[in-house]
Design a protein around this ligand. Sequence first.
Ligand SMILES: *Cc1c(COP(=O)(O)O)cnc(C)c1O
Length: 371
Amino acid sequence: MSATPPHRIPFLDLHPAEDASAVREAVERVMARGWFVLGPEVEAFEVEFAAASGARFAAGVGNGTDAIALALRALDVGGTDEVIVPAMTAAYTALAILGAGATPVIVDVDAETLTMDPAACRAAVTSRTRAVVPVHLYGQAARMDEILAIAERHGLAVVEDCCQAHLSTIAGTPVGSRATAGAFSFYPTKNLGALGDGGAVITRDGSLAARVKRLRNGGQTERYRHLEAGVNSRLDEIQAAVLRARLPYLARWTMRRREIAALYRRLLPATLQTIHQRDDGHVYHLFPVRSTARDALQAHLAAHGVETLIHYPVPLHEQPALARYASHPCQEAARAGRELLSLPNHPRLADADAARVAEAVGAFERGRVPA
Ligand SMILES: *Cc1c(COP(=O)(O)O)cnc(C)c1O
């Protein structure tokens, strides 16, 4: 028998690969131009990303958190306003609401998709509610029809957190394009990632896009004239150029994520719970499974060289910084936080490695449930 242990399967691989020469060229183009903030690369990326996302306008900003915060500020949400947010998401979704000066109201998620539970959202609406921030978690669209209906009924703005959902659709419509605005992150691990931080707001409202562009640049209307107290949150030229170089690959990378997800769904043991896929618009930013023996499963996979992560172990209503904003106990998010485990799923993961992951999961499940 061979003593060589099987190679490690990392959760992610962020090294540029097939895109490496395009990325290098993009960086060099910006260096040669000698212009690094708010220039032609950002302008061109805004046009290209809006087109790819089914929106009319895009505004590049410093990161996804600021994209959410600036979209809310551009809608004049702040002060005593309440903004409804789901409990299972990156804490940054709620931190962005606080960053805009508003109060997050944390509601539970539905047990099947772990996206915002529309009934919980409806129950949380008060006279102070101004906006809803649904999250397209793991790459799957939230229940937008129901959420948009609630928003319309109560006159609320909807800012979609699309940070995990580049190119994701629901019934064929791109996320971020139906609501008031969509917020994207280009953090390196996202489906479209920069070589650092980046973000964008998309919208079909030209005046909203213009307001975000003003806010990201200190609130200036023209140089050294500050109309309102904005922030410094600009997508820089190098990151915009890198994102332009990568955007043409995104559809193919997305297809690859879907292929791996389909492979997992076929090969994983039936005893293991996966997250329900509502339609084929899912872009599989992550592929979490659920297990009541999650920590043991994670240790078993680590022992077999498979790196996994948890998204997210601590739901918002259990975060010390955010617990006071919970509108109710959020039991589904709490249970998910104890059971979730994300398996490796990225465009460069080989079929053979995905099969090895599934097999290691299968061995664990067989050990748990004696035949
Ligand atoms: C990554 C992420 C954010 C924050 O984006 P940053 O670019 O890191 O600020 C917000 N919401 C969700 C769901 C995310 O995945």
